[in-house]
Design a protein around this ligand. Structure first.
Ligand code: ATP
Length: 242
């Protein structure tokens, strides 16, 4: 059986034109882990995610998935290997129904049988009963929280080996944020490896195995989620506690 990290970034540098967004970051995600990447606006969190999914080009450094370099692979080739991203801002298809949105998540995945497809849909509906109730409703008419659930459900239809979540709590009400984080923890507990980008330090770190702090394109701290939550500098910067 394969050992070592599922995902490994080594000295990854990413530019936008002449602007250097990432200054050589290294991080790892082990099989089964829930890992949070925390940072302020503009720290480079989305750029890191885009680097992993292949939407942003790596200037130097290496990104490895299950021990193999994927640094030069096109985004769709990374999807085929099981790296599935839920982008910031959700990006569901507003003019399609809930069920049609979920079907879009199967893109690139070969379901052997109708039964297999139905099983995947049932699993998503079991996790998100809200989506089952609204399967015929248009995505665009759902609340922000429901759209986030739909975006996550759609990603799960692809059976990710690594699920990338970019700010899943963004723009949601506190009650809904609690729900989303508890569902994320459940998805992880049921076996999906997750790397999540967040600004909500308390919720994200308290549920994560480990976390990394990103500041202006560099990782400045890392450790178990609960240790980071107890760290004075982290508390001051991200929890507003002096
Ligand atoms: P946010 O929480 O606001 O999304 P972030 O931590 O995800 O912030 P990034 O979006 O990764 O940060 O941005 C990192 C840096 O790269 C910032 O300085 C940003 O201005 C810059 N940047 C991001 N996208 C582009 C782009 N398309 N062109 C030029 N610069 C960019």
């Amino acid at each position: 059986p394969p050992t070592g990290p599922v995902l490994e970034l080594e000295d990854v540098v990413i530019h936008y034109g002449r602007i250097q967004a990432l200054h050589g970051i290294s991080l790892q995600v082990q099989t089964g882990e829930l890992v949070t990447l925390l940072g302020a606006n503009g720290a480079g969190k989305s750029t890191t995610m885009r680097g992993i999914s292949g939407l942003a080009k790596t200037t130097t450094g290496d990104i490895r998935f299950k021990g193999e370099s994927i640094t030069r692979l096109a985004p769709h080739e990374r999807v085929k290997r099981g790296i599935i991203q839920v982008p910031e801002g959700r990006r569901i298809f507003p003019g399609m129904t809930v069920l049609e949105n979920l079907d879009m998540g199967c893109y690139g995945r070969r379901f052997g049988t109708k039964a297999e497809y139905q099983e995947a849909v049932d699993q998503v509906f079991e996790l998100f009963p809200r989506l089952a109730e609204r399967r015929k409703q248009f995505g665009g008419t759902m609340s922000g929280g429901e759209q986030q659930m739909l975006a996550i459900g759609r990603a799960l239809m692809a059976r990710p080996e690594l699920l990338l979540l970019d700010e899943p709590s963004m723009g949601l009400a506190p009650m809904v944020i609690q729900q989303i984080f508890s569902i994320i923890a459940r998805i992880n507990a049921e076996g999906t490896t997750i790397l999540m980008v967040e600004q909500n330090a308390q919720q994200a770190l308290s549920r994560s195995d480990r976390g990394y702090i990103l500041e202006t394109g560099s990782i400045t701290r890392e450790g178990p989620g609960k240790d980071l939550l107890g760290d004075d500098a982290v508390r001051e910067a991200y929890l507003g506690v002096a």
